[in-house]
Ligand binder design. Structure first.
Ligand code: PBG
Length: 333
């Protein structure tokens, strides 16, 4: 792998960096618009379709706005969008039944987009937090997250989303046993071709802060998610989680957050060679977009450099709020 280099001056590594043409030829990794999944926030709460204050440039969209985003994705060549609902607080309960309501906001938006822009793949989020009065991804009893009861809810949620026409289900809840349960239920219901992109290695991260503002979960969340999301100090455990989710029927896996966990992306790709995605999460977006807005960094350049890093780390693609901006930058060349 590593050739012995002849000494200077036979070897001058700068030779290959002299011109743009030579640099292009020697370039190892490239970002393509086809690597992007665009997460969007949707809402039907009057007045909530505004910019998320902690995510400059990111807005919540009504159904019409979501349709326009899907059309924009199609026009730009972005293969997939991912929906995250900002739920009316009046619909949040401790039992979370709105999560599997066939006519909830997400499922209505899935149907509308599939009818209008069928070529754009729709990814969903499977977790109870947008519907949970206490902001957690699972059911809570006496301060404890109930794993197996939550999995039953997640299965109902997965079936409702598959019925609505979702192409990619994204379980982000980190309960044990959910992938196998969902896969079995999908097969039994005839949804044999619905794919699962498991949030397999999802860390308990402070980088999710702006997202929780965007979906309106910040105020509701009591405590933290450390009994189900991973300890940021662990790496081998990520490989066990990925192995487990693949063995239960996941088609693709995700590492989340992205930039602080590129070592995990590389290890997952090397160990399993499966479709591997990273989520450049809301806090990562906020740092770049916020610094750019203040003129502290060159926003477009930092955006593209940060996205290329995922390719270098072995990812097949990346979920990023920058997707349309990055697509336009790639188109401009
Ligand atoms: C919830 C979920 C979260 C994100 C995606 N799905 C937040 C959390 O786990 O608290 C975070 C995405 C982001 O920060 O951009 N299940």
């Amino acid at each position: 792998m590593h050739p012995i280099l002849p000494p200077f001056p036979q070897t001058r590594l700068r030779r290959m960096r002299r011109t743009p043409a030579l640099r292009d030829l020697a370039q190892e990794h490239r970002l393509s618009v086809k690597d992007l999944i665009w997460p969007i926030f949707i809402t039907d709460v009057p007045g909530a379709d505004i910019e998320v204050s902690s995510m400059p440039g990111v807005v919540r969209r009504t159904l019409d706005g979501a349709l326009r985003a899907a059309e924009e994705a199609a026009e730009l060549g972005i293969p997939a969008i991912c929906l995250f609902p900002y739920t009316d607080p009046a619909l949040k309960t401790e039992t979370c039944e709105e999560a599997w309501n066939p006519d909830n906001l997400s499922n209505r938006v899935i149907r509308a987009i599939k009818a209008r822009v069928p070529e754009v793949a729709i990814m969903t989020d499977i977790a109870l937090d947008p519907y949970n009065a206490n902001g957690h991804d699972g059911l809570v009893k006496d301060g404890v997250i109930l794993n197996d009861e939550t999995v039953e809810c997640l299965v109902k949620m997965a079936l409702a989303q598959a019925d609505a026409g979702a192409d990619i289900l994204g379980p982000s809840d980190m309960m044990d046993g959910r992938i196998g349960a969902m896969r079995a239920a999908l097969e039994a219901a005839g949804h044999t071709d619905v794919t699962i992109l498991s949030y397999a290695a999802k860390y308990a991260s402070a980088f999710y802060g702006p997202f929780r503002d965007a979906v309106g979960a910040s105020g509701a969340l009591k405590g933290d998610k450390k009994t189900y999301q991973m300890n940021p100090a662990n790496a081998d455990e990520a490989l066990r989680l990925v192995a487990r989710d693949l063995s239960e029927g996941a088609d693709m896996v995700m590492v989340k957050p992205g930039m602080p966990y590129l070592d995990i992306c590389r290890r997952v790709k090397d160990a399993f060679g499966v479709p591997t995605f990273a989520y450049q999460v809301s806090g990562e977006y906020a740092m770049i977009a916020g610094a750019a807005r203040n003129g502290w960094v060159n926003g477009p350049q930092v955006m593209m450099e940060s996205l290329l890093a995922f390719k270098r780390a072995g990812c097949d693609g990346v979920l990023t709020y920058f997707a349309p901006d990055a697509a336009r930058a790639l188109r401009a060349g």
